[in-house]
Design a protein around this ligand. Structure first.
Ligand SMILES: *[C@@H]1O[C@H](CO)[C@@H](O)[C@H](O)[C@H]1NC(C)=O
Ligand SMILES: *[C@@H]1O[C@H](CO)[C@@H](O)[C@H](O)[C@H]1NC(C)=O
Length: 419
């Protein structure tokens, strides 16, 4: 390989996969993120993909990826497929790759209703036994990877779209306490790892984001440790929240003492993607990265794999795809890639140090079930909460009476909702 000239540097920057050594010397998504004060720009990956040499070379390029997340190999069904039998071989491959490359590792995920072996979901365990099983799983896995996980996604997707708790086996058996218990077990096993709650559709204000904020308060109320909230950000071209909406939402978590991260970013389109959708996608990627740039405690952005070749989208959303900055032939999409690069450069980096607004534990309110008086209105009149709206909970200053026809139901001390 001839020495890099200005021209060949340019060609490498916009062109196809070059040798890792050559690429490490150049500018990329991660180097720009770090220059913007972030900890990383990263990608999810999976064991099967690593035998694809061109793919592995791209993932190894730390100019683009300073962090990796195992897509599947640290999930419960992979780690503890039967009770008490732990299998770390695949998770170790990803952890060792991160170590060899000097990439940060987001470990994913300990407690999730999906990819959960049926011995857990259908075991009909009582409360104490399920807590024991969950705690044992967390203690064993977090101890195994101790010192290697920059972040742990401790609890994943615990919420319904309306912000109420998902009826997982953990919720049904243990109640909301499973969440703080999980965080406490993870903190005990690796005090250095940053502990995250991770979910989708919490990237802008709404019932589900409010629910995630209530989860943060719940963990804090129990005296357990939580460091951050992961916004998955599985977006759709043209309906991605604005930069302002994402920033304001991140700040709501920061105000609770959290750091935040974009953990699973992809922006899907109907395939084959139209030029108009490419133009929207460029704006959408830019808005999301600029939002993270603008919020000091947003620590990094992870895309959910880096090439359409290994994206989960087409297999789950039929007729959709083209969600990532590299295409199915591992070719960089210049417009999307440049949009991310320049988003990291945009504006000035935030300099203020955010402070926790309050660490005091408030006294729970007593929220009683309130049925609104008979009426015919369909919209929520002033002073009443709308259907699915929050109508009570600790620290809640909003309406406590629901719109006509809805009932304010208390889920726990932190959250009542019009149903
Ligand atoms: C990727 O990085 C790992 C660890 O540094 C190395 O073992 C592997 O050979 C690299 N693969 C390619 C294709 O560069
Ligand atoms: C299960 O046990 C835990 C820990 O003792 C407790 O906090 C929780 O409320 C219990 N859940 C139920 C449904 O009894």
């Amino acid at each position: 390989m001839a020495p890099l000239t200005g021209l060949s540097l340019f060609l490498v920057a916009v062109g196809a996969i070059a040798s890792p050594l050559q690429k490490r010397a150049i500018d990329g998504l991660n180097t720009r993120a770090v220059a913007a004060g972030k900890a990383y720009f990263g990608s999810a990956t999976d064991n099967g993909e690593l035998t694809d040499t061109a793919y592995a070379a791209g993932l190894n390029n730390t100019a683009d990826f300073g962090q990796i997340t195992p897509g599947n190999s640290m999930k419960w069904d992979s780690i503890e497929p039967s009770r008490g039998v732990f299998s770390y071989a695949k998770g170790d491959v990803i952890a060792n790759l991160a170590k060899a490359n000097g990439q940060k590792l987001r470990c994913h995920t300990l407690v999730w209703h999906s990819q959960l072996p049926s011995w857990v979901s259908n075991g009909n365990f009582d409360n104490a036994t399920l807590i024991e099983i969950m705690t044992n799983h967390i203690t064993n896995e977090v101890s195994h990877f101790k010192g290697q996980c920059y972040h742990w996604d401790v609890v994943n997707e615990a919420l319904n779209e309306d912000g109420t708790f998902r009826e997982s086996v953990f919720y049904k058996t243990v109640g909301p306490a499973y969440i703080p218990l999980a965080f406490a077990a993870a903190a005990a096993a690796d005090p250095a790892a940053k502990l995250y709650y991770n979910d989708y559709n919490i990237e802008s204000a709404g019932l589900k984001s409010t629910g995630a904020q209530n989860i943060v308060k719940l963990v804090q109320q129990y005296g357990a440790h939580i460091d951050g909230v992961g916004m998955q950000a599985h977006f759709i071209v043209g309906s991605t929240p604005s930069q302002a909406a994402q920033e304001a939402n991140m700040k709501a978590f920061v105000d609770l003492g959290m750091e935040v991260a974009i953990t699973e970013l992809d922006i899907r389109a109907t395939t084959p993607i139209s030029d108009a959708d490419v133009a929207k996608q460029v704006v959408d990627y830019g808005n999301t990265v600029r939002a993270c740039k603008a919020v000091e405690r947003c620590v990094g952005v992870t895309i959910w794999d880096w090439t359409d070749k290994y994206s989960w989208i087409p297999s789950v959303f039929s007729g959709q795809g083209s969600a990532l900055p590299w295409d199915g032939d591992l070719k960089k999409k210049d417009a999307v890639y440049s949009a991310i690069l320049s988003a990291w450069d945009s504006g000035t980096a935030p300099t203020t140090t955010p402070t926790r607004t309050s660490t005091a534990i408030a006294t729970p309110t007593t929220t009683t079930v309130t049925k609104s008086p008979g009426c015919t209105a369909t919209a929520a009149p002033k002073g009443t909460a709308m259907l699915w709206g929050q109508c009570g909970g600790m620290g809640w200053a909003g309406p406590t009476v629901c719109v006509c026809g809805a009932t304010c139901k208390k889920y726990n001390d932190w959250y009542s909702q019009c149903v």
